[in-house]
Design a protein around this ligand. Structure first.
Ligand SMILES: C[S@@+](CC[C@H](N)C(=O)[O-])C[C@H]1O[C@@H](n2cnc3c(N)ncnc32)[C@H](O)[C@@H]1O
Length: 284
């Protein structure tokens, strides 16, 4: 984890800009990164035929599309995200697959209001730590579940991505001379609160969930030249490239790939916590 100075919120438009820029690159890493966790999440959430699922921070729909298959034609999925480019990719995939029970909607989940009474399940894969007031926002989203409705989250496991992300930050610094932002983004503080099995379990209990189950999805992705750079371009790391000229981006790429080699980083540890729980029938 790259740690900068004081913490600061990241505005919704800035997040949208980062993830919109990731666009098609985001989907390129789905088979290795977003997809496996989404499958496990939907399985652990036990989405059933007829279920109505709310998928927040949905991106290109890794978990929304998996949930749509599980919910079947008598159920459905509403997939929300700030980044319209990612939603458009997800919508295209749904159409190609003939999935008519998933709707992609551009929305800031921190202010979105549901039009249906209550959802059977809430899914949020690699998104919860982006929410500025994470505790309050998750409690608000859990309020959209029916009693006994289930909620599921995926979060990077403590230590995941670390060597890789540090190398990327160092390559950026080496090429641009920039020290990184004076204020670190809020998700870095959020994620360290919930990136271990025990802390995530406790955090979900504090949010009022019961029957909490947190499993570890172990994942070690070989660092090919293609994957190493695709993952930068197709993830939140893309934000660091936005203000750079194309020739500087090329120099960062070259330095980053060389640095991975020099540091002997041959795998990206993408291990992930998959957490599910149930909203109790009666809230005390
Ligand atoms: C790492 S991506 C994960 C996407 C998807 N769940 C997946 O696993 O492939 C995080 C997503 O959260 C979205 N996001 C962050 N804050 C959001 C907010 N306040 N409202 C809606 N989407 C948000 C971003 O736009 C981005 O698409």
């Amino acid at each position: 984890m790259i740690v900068f100075g004081k913490v600061s919120g990241v505005s919704a438009p800035d997040l949208a800009k980062t993830f919109n820029a990731a666009g098609a690159d985001f989907e390129r890493v789905t088979p290795l990164v977003w997809g496996p966790a989404a499958q496990v999440l939907v399985h652990q959430l036990a989405v059933q035929p007829g279920d109505h699922v709310l998928d927040v921070c949905a991106g290109t729909g890794a978990s929304a599309l998996a949930a749509a298959l599980a919910a079947g034609p008598s159920g459905g999925v509403r997939a929300l995200d700030l980044a319209r480019e990612l939603l458009a990719v997800g919508q295209g995939i749904a159409e190609t697959r003939g999935l008519r029970n998933v709707v992609f909607e551009e929305a800031d989940v921190t202010s979105w209001q549901p039009s249906r009474a209550a959802y059977d399940a809430l899914a949020c894969s690699y998104g919860v730590f982006f929410l500025p007031d994470m505790d309050e926002q998750v409690e608000r989203l859990l309020g959209f579940l029916r009693p006994d409705g289930r909620a599921g989250f995926t979060v990077w496991l403590h230590g995941a991505l670390e060597d890789y992300a540090v190398a990327f930050g160092d390559a950026l610094k080496h090429v641009t001379g920039a020290e990184g932002p004076a204020r670190r983004p809020v998700w870095e503080d959020n994620i360290v609160r919930i990136n271990q099995r025990e802390s995530l379990t406790a955090w979900l209990h504090e949010r009022g969930l019961v029957d909490v189950s947190v499993t570890v999805l172990s994942s070690h992705i070989p660092v090919t030249e293609t994957f190493a750079w695709d993952f930068v371009r197709g993830s939140g790391m893309r934000g660091a490239l936005l203000a750079l000229q194309p020739e500087v981006v090329t120099a960062v790429r070259e330095e980053f790939l060389a640095m991975l080699g020099r540091r002997g980083i041959t795998m990206v540890d993408a291990s992930t916590l998959v957490a599910t729980g149930r909203r109790p029938s009666c809230r005390g």
